[in-house]
Design a protein around this ligand. Structure first.
Ligand code: AP5
Length: 217
């Protein structure tokens, strides 16, 4: 099964994608994570992407399309993928459809996480993760059990994303409305779009997604 998680920054796409990896054996393709890996490696692409990401804008379509095309044919994706952060424009949506068609595959369902945007800034600006194992935390909603120490690996090093500040989140929301929300009608017209209440607690969001996917299978 191939599915797309859609929603504004902080809607919970990454949180739910990881659960789908654990529960259904899907491969998570997160374009944000791929770009951040390029930034950490200090590649030319990473340096260019960092400038755009820190401004809360979208990296160019062709870069992202090539990135996904490289990954989606990998044998590890045979059981299906959960796309998190891609597509984000109409050009990316169309390119995705073409690249899947070429390999006899298709998108089975697109799930929109519907959220109250007032909650997103608080969700995003409080987010941090363990530098060593990547476990995610939140200052208010999900602090480590022992302050300053990762619950999973015991590390005392944590990181915050450079774009997780209020000014950049506002720019990211503007980009979402201008460039990404317009692809919702594209998927609705193809009968693929389903909505879940992204304001529910994560376990309940996961249950809503599960019931949609049970209907798709
Ligand atoms: P990307 O990394 O994709 O960021 P994003 O879309 O802004 O989404 P986030 O990762 O911030 O949020 P999320 O929806 O995954 O929420 P999460 O689960 O983490 O992209 C970053 C940048 O890269 C873009 O701005 C752009 O520049 C570039 N880029 C990436 N893809 C691109 C593309 N295709 N084209 C062009 N440019 C691209 O949750 C957020 C927080 O809320 C966490 O603390 C979490 O614990 C908490 N939370 C989650 N669910 C709930 C819940 N139900 N209730 C309460 N709290 C919750």
């Amino acid at each position: 099964m191939n599915l797309i998680l859609l929603g504004p920054p902080g809607a919970g796409k990454g949180t739910q994608a990881k659960r789908l990896v654990d529960k259904r054996g899907l491969v998570q393709l997160s374009t944000g994570d791929m770009l951040r890996a390029e930034v950490i490696q200090g590649t030319t692409l990473g340096r260019e992407a960092k400038r755009v990401m820190d401004a809360g804008q979208l990296v160019s379509d062709q870069i992202l399309i090539d990135m996904i095309a490289d990954r989606i044919d990998d044998p590890s994706c045979r059981n299906g993928v959960v796309l998190d952060g891609f597509p984000r424009t109409e050009a990316q949506a169309e390119a995705l459809s073409q690249m899947l068609k070429k390999h006899g595959k298709k998108i089975d369902v697109v799930i929109e996480l519907v959220v109250d945007e007032k909650a997103l800034i608080e969700r995003i600006t409080g987010r941090f993760s363990c530098k060593i194992c990547g476990t995610g935390y939140h200052d208010l909603f999900q602090p480590p059990k022992l302050a300053g120490r990762c619950d999973v690996c015991g590390s005392e090093e944590f990181v915050r994303r450079a774009d997780d500040n209020e000014a950049t989140v506002k720019a990211r929301l503007l980009a979402y409305h201008a460039q990404t929300a317009p692809i919702l009608p594209y998927y609705r017209a193809r009968g693929l779009l389903k909505q879940v209440d992204g304001m529910a607690p994560p376990d309940q969001v996961a249950l809503q997604i599960d019931s949609i996917l049970t209907g798709v299978n």
